[in-house]
Design a binder for this molecule. Structure first.
Ligand code: BES
Ligand code: MN
Ligand code: MN
Length: 475
């Protein structure tokens, strides 16, 4: 029987301004996990969530994780919370992250990134609106709307919110493994709302993510930055070495030059071959979210495969290089190149690292440079694939159809949420990704937004999902 949801939906609409206000408060806390100076704000955001949850009647606590490795900084706390402990109800564990990517108005934002701006067309603009503060608050809002409507909450809700996701989820893995059979012991399934629709029209449910291994190459030689007129042509230059080594990693068409990587990639099965055509995804919407037409492939299937099931190698930047406007005749003394590899089934983290180190060391050796080179991984997070043939996905599909009036696509994603596989293994339960936002939200980019419609209907969706979960036969 379809659950009675009208009263709940009505309350979500009634409370929509209040929910936008809550998002405004959250966006106003610049919880940027990668900037040491912002660490107190990340901590403040954790406290904000704990306080909001407590006010809503949940039992919430903060778990400290100690120092960030290699620094004197405290890691932000994990927010653990429980709402309801009725033995006759199912228990759903939800995860989200309350940290955000860096943002400065000067990066090119039209509005202040940490002031939520409500545009006339319904865009809620602000850093973290879609990644991942909107979805995290979605769970809190769902609780509040149930209370306001006087409707019994359909499940017990366990919550785990972290503040270091954008930095590789430092410290969380041990906690999740530790609590798998303790705090999370009665979880029947896991739901993560931290991804996006493939386009702007059709919602999706996601059953796979790529992993991410993030590397640094440090090259140094001279004792200090030098005048290129005085030392150019007579000293080995770290930038010259680094650009060569980084340039040898990947081809302009995306081909990874490191031997042994593609050999680890799972072959495409016959079942999988047929999967891509029906997905609501067009090169046009891809070009819209890319902001250009500079795609490597012309067709949808190759493009989706490149995002979902093939590894990729991206060059991110060079620390210590001259990057200001103008012309400075400097030879940088030490430069650190950053790149990452998105990993897929069946790539192994350690094996991939060894292949990367070997390739980089050999490439550097070939240069016959007297400089010093060091290559290492900053953080590594695993890929994840689950079976969508599970009551958890069934419930989410029914809820999606109820709220959005269309059946969702079943998708994988190219991004990474490093802790996903850990939740699956530590609890032994099915994990589902249930997105709120859409492909044009611009997570990590300037002018990040969540459409008001996706926020409000997304709150309905999260609540509806919990009602359908309560009704699904369990096998
Ligand atoms: N929400 C994203 C993950 C994501 C991205 C899911 C795209 C689906 C599509 C998450 O906040 C994120 O950005 N993760 C980082 C993890 C990295 C630092 C290990 C990422 O993917 O770069
Ligand atoms: Mn995210
Ligand atoms: Mn992110």
């Amino acid at each position: 029987m379809a659950p009675q949801l009208d009263g709940y939906f009505k309350q979500v609409d009634t409370l929509s301004d209040h929910f936008i206000e809550r998002l405004r408060q959250a966006v106003a806390i610049p919880s940027v996990s990668s900037e040491p100076a912002r660490r107190p704000d990340v901590v403040r955001m954790g406290h904000y969530l704990r306080d909001q949850l407590t006010k809503l009647g949940a039992t919430a606590e903060l778990r400290e994780l100690g120092k960030q490795p290699g620094t004197d900084l405290n890691l932000p706390p994990i927010v653990l919370a429980r709402y309801g402990s009725d033995k006759n109800k199912r228990t759903i564990l939800v995860y989200g992250h309350y940290d955000v990517q860096p943002a400065e108005k000067s990066d090119g934002w039209d509005t202040e990134p940490f002031e939520l701006t409500v545009k006339e067309d319904g865009r809620l603009c602000g850093r973290g609106s879609t990644d991942d503060k909107g979805p995290v608050l979605g769970w809190l809002n769902a609780i509040e709307a149930h209370q306001a409507a006087g409707i019994d909450f359909p499940v017990n809700l366990l919550m785990c919110f972290e503040g270091m996701e954008e930095y590789g989820s430092e410290g969380l893995e041990d906690l999740v493994n530790e609590e798998g059979k303790k705090y999370f012991a009665d979880a029947d399934a896991v739901c993560i709302s931290d991804n996006y629709w493939l386009g702007t029209e059709r919602p999706c449910l996601t059953y796979g993510l790529r992993g991410c291994n993030y590397y640094s190459i440090e090259i140094s030689g001279p004792g200090a930055d030098l005048h290129s007129g005085v030392f150019g042509g007579l000293a080995h230059e770290p930038m010259t070495d680094l650009v060569r080594v980084m340039g040898s990693l990947v081809e302009p068409d995306g081909t990874i030059n490191i031997p042994g990587i593609k050999e680890q990639v799972a072959p495409v099965t016959a079942d999988e071959e047929g999967l891509y055509d029906g997905i609501a995804f067009t090169m046009e919407t891809l070009h819209e979210s890319l902001g250009s037409k500079t795609t490597i492939f012309e067709d949808k299937k190759k493009t989706l495969m490149a995002r979902w099931r093939m590894p990729s190698l991206s060059l991110h930047g060079i620390e210590g290089a001259f990057s200001a406007p103008g012309a400075k005749t400097v030879i940088p003394a030490k430069v650190i190149g950053k790149f990452s590899i998105r990993t897929v089934p069946n790539m192994e983290i350690e094996k991939t690292n060894d292949l990367v180190y070997k390739f980089v060391e050999e490439a550097f050796k070939k240069l016959n440079s007297k400089n010093t080179m060091k290559v290492y991984a900053q953080h590594c997070g695993n890929w994840w694939v689950a079976s969508p043939k599970h009551w958890n996905f069934e419930a989410a599909a029914k809820a999606t159809e109820r709220v959005w009036g269309v059946k969702p696509d079943f998708t994988r994603e190219g991004g990474s949420i490093p802790i996903t596989l850990t939740f699956q293994e530590a609890t032994g339960k099915n994990v589902l990704l249930l997105p709120m936002g859409s492909s044009t939200d611009g997570a990590h980019s300037i002018n990040e937004k969540l459409d008001k419609k996706n926020y409000i209907e997304g709150i309905k969706l999260l609540g509806a999902y919990l009602h359908y979960v309560a009704e699904e036969p369990m096998n």
